[in-house]
Design a protein around this ligand. Structure first.
Ligand code: KG4
Ligand code: ZN
Length: 342
């Protein structure tokens, strides 16, 4: 079973072909991603209109490239899967309509995929892990702790009540005059800074609920930066170090509670797993902290390769491949949804 996947929900245009073999294992035949970062960088964030136009301009070519790299033609594809939400509506329309058109013209089944389900199922493609497991999704648009119980069976344990974590990194970077995307810049500056010079808040730390909150942290950075004006490079480094430490500490608190919750729900699972996904998972300090937390609590820590942690179409194709044969294909009437909780 070979599935062509299409992803256009944010600022990456992506197409991929994934094969699922008779044992149910996945193989990536091609995975093409074109990032629009350069087009959005002058604005310090993703501009929806620019994103939608950029998807239109390159998607056809990327699909052709994905088929070419997989050394197949459309005839060799068994199903088409495209992201239908959540995300920026203009981009979603481009990818969903393209996917439907290809499915209709080639008379293949079509799967409208929830982008979050794509992230949630990725470790089954990369690490062939079994249900159930925990997923921490931390990207520019999402911050969620999800209990992945089975295909189509997801329970959101917690989410952000304000900014996504990547967004908090990006906004902090912008406040400090660092370029977009801010995550890697903040991480670099933090390496050179003194984390003990400033103490920033740890939002929701100690609370029973498993939600996240980051806007208070960003506001504290703004107040600190204003008080210190004009900022020296040392100030910037020290603020970044304080910010990253506060984030690591907050994640530690929220995630350790989630691990306990998992244990309580699934006492029979011998070696449970925590999977991280999303661009923020590239952060080494945060990753190391999560890894430590997992080993202290008897959890496996799974971080798929970065190219499959950030937005891509292989995860969308794989979600389609997992669904094919188990759930009916979607109707071509399906509409894009900018909001679509798992
Ligand atoms: O999953 P992703 O590539 O795409 C979307 O959210 O669309 O995530 C991008 C986010 C950005 O906010 C970026 O600043 C953040 O991930 N990010 C990082 C790092 N690398 C990327 N955040 C913290 N540390 C990093 N090293
Ligand atoms: Zn994503």
């Amino acid at each position: 079973m070979r599935v062509l996947g299409i992803e256009t929900s944010c600022d990456e245009t992506a197409a991929a072909v994934v094969e699922r073999d008779d044992q149910g294992h996945g193989h990536i035949l091609s995975n093409v991603v074109l990032s629009q970062i350069d087009e959005h960088a002058p604005y310090g964030g993703v501009v929806p209109e620019i994103a939608a136009r950029a998807h239109v301009e390159v998607l056809d070519r990327l699909i052709g490239q994905a088929l070419h790299e997989a050394q197949i033609t459309l005839d060799d594809v068994d199903a088409v899967a495209a992201t239908a939400g959540p995300g920026l509506i203009g981009g979603l329309i481009v990818g969903l309509m393209t996917g439907k058109a290809i499915a209709m013209a080639s008379q293949k089944p079509f799967y409208a995929i929830n982008h979050l389900e794509g992230h949630a199922l990725t470790p089954r493609l990369t690490d062939r892990i079994d249900f159930p497991y925990l997923l921490l999704l931390v990207s520019g648009g999402h911050t969620q702790m999800v209990l992945v119980k089975g295909l189509g069976d997801y329970e959101r344990l917690g989410t952000t009540i304000d900014d996504a974590l990547g967004e908090a990194f990006d906004k902090t970077a912008k406040l400090l005059g660092l370029p977009y995307p801010g995550g890697p810049e903040v991480e670099k500056a933090a390496l050179l800074g003194d984390p003990s010079r400033f103490t920033l808040p740890r939002p929701l730390k100690g609370e029973e609920r498993l939600d996240f909150s980051f806007s208070g942290l960003k506001t504290a950075v703004r107040q600190l930066a204003t008080a210190l004006e004009p900022l020296s490079q040392i100030d910037v480094n020290d603020i970044c170090a304080a910010f990253q430490t506060a984030v690591a500490d907050t994640l530690d608190d929220r995630v350790s509670r989630s691990l306990q919750r998992f244990r309580a729900s699934f006492p029979d699972v011998k070696k449970p797993a925590l999977v991280v996904a999303g661009g923020v998972a590239a952060n080494k300090v945060l990753r190391d902290g999560l890894q430590r937390l997992c080993s202290d609590n008897g959890f496996r820590f799974i971080a798929p390769p970065m190219a499959l942690c950030t937005d891509n179409a292989a995860m969308i194709a794989w979600a389609g491949a997992e669904r094919a044969g188990l759930t009916p294909a979607d109707s071509l009437d399906v509409a894009p949804r900018s909001r679509w909780p798992l």
